[in-house]
Design a protein around this ligand. Structure first.
Ligand code: ATP
Length: 318
């Protein structure tokens, strides 16, 4: 079913360096959220804080009634069992074959017999399309397969929350499209809460129910996909449409002179909002809202051409 994560007024610094402050958002149960932001804005730090690997300086993170920012180590250990995490490189043990890598959390955290473990491992390998590759070593397979193996391992303890740290990093566009389809299909199947950190704009535009954007040490916006894709807010508009004109510069914020020089430049029109990626079986996910619903409910006219099949993103088979 998935559980909700309620983040309130969260701040994190390293020494005197504030990474982000006053982050407040609710990640709804069972929905898919994407967190975006320019490099170095603290997206990975945010994920690590959510699972209690890093302690925030201020604020709360409430999961099933427990504040993981201030709970005891024992409570944190229990809450962590709700999470599955797909790390950037899959984080496989290089000397173990895929079967043993995927079985690892079951052997560490449960008292299941080897035959029970086998049936769970094979089910998850099947789910990610890796049946038959159990005996391979991580070094013998492609980056895309390693990510899928990492995903199988993240799923073996039946998590209520799955965190994906840049699942598409290092993948070509076709592999990314297949992985996105797998993520959507998995969400439909297991109904867990998904949070994905990504740099891939096509992923952000087509996969999630909600999008967040970290920028300049704060959460610039968090809300339904259609809200951000129709937003005229300069940072959101620039980032989600991968434009050069706007407040975000090459390595940091643009200064006043640079912004003044851009003042007369006309912004390109907002591109159409693409259809959200459907599960492969065509049955909408439980948390999936009908195309255009948010815009209709909020009296927002989406850019021309929005929600047409021709703009359905780069999903396989589209
Ligand atoms: N353990 C740590 N100690 C000190 N500083 C850290 C630590 N972890 C991260 N940082 C700093 O926090 C900032 C944000 O890092 P983070 O990796 O979360 O950014 P990001 O948004 O995920 O970047 P990218 O998109 O490039 O992966 C960086 O300046 C980084 O150096």
């Amino acid at each position: 079913m998935g559980v909700e994560i309620v983040v309130n007024d969260l701040s994190k610094s390293f020494g005197k360096q504030l990474i982000w402050g006053d982050v407040t958002l609710t990640i709804p149960a069972g929905e898919i959220c994407v967190m975006l932001g320019p490099s170095g804005t603290g997206k990975s730090v945010f994920l690590k804080t959510l699972i209690g690997l890093l302690k925030p300086d201020k604020g709360s993170i409430i999961i099933e009634g427990t504040d993981i920012a201030s709970c005891s180590e024992r409570e944190l250990y229990e809450i962590r069992k709700l999470f599955g995490v797909l790390f950037q490189d899959g984080a496989m043990f290089g000397s173990m074959n895929l079967y043993d890598n995927v079985a690892f959390p079951l052997r560490e955290h449960t008292r299941k017999s080897e035959s029970e473990i086998r049936s769970i491992v094979m089910e998850k390998m099947d789910l990610v399309g890796l049946l038959g590759a159990e005996d391979k070593l991580p070094g013998e397979i492609s980056g895309g397969m390693r990510k899928r193996a990492g995903l199988a391992r993240a799923l073996v303890l039946d998590p209520e929350i799955v965190l994906f740290d840049e699942p598409d990093s290092g993948l070509d566009p076709v592999r990314t499209a297949f992985l996105n389809q797998l993520i959507v299909d998995l969400n439909a199947q297991i109904d867990a809460t998904f949070l994905i950190v990504t740099h891939d704009i096509n992923t952000a535009r087509t996969v999630p129910d909600n999008i967040g954007l970290l920028y300049h040490k704060h959460l610039a916006m968090f809300g339904p996909r259609e809200q951000l894709l129709s937003s005229e807010e300069p940072v959101v508009r620039q980032f989600l449409n991968a434009q050069k004109v706007g407040p975000i510069g090459m390595s940091e914020e643009k200064d006043a002179d640079e912004l003044a020089a851009e003042a007369d430049q006309e912004l390109p029109a907002l591109p159409p909002i693409p259809l959200q990626l459907d599960p492969s079986n065509g049955i909408p996910r439980r948390s999936q809202r009908p195309a255009g619903e948010w815009c209709r409910e909020h009296g927002v006219t989406p850019p021309p051409g929005s929600f047409e099949t021709a703009n359905a993103g780069l999903a396989p088979g589209a």
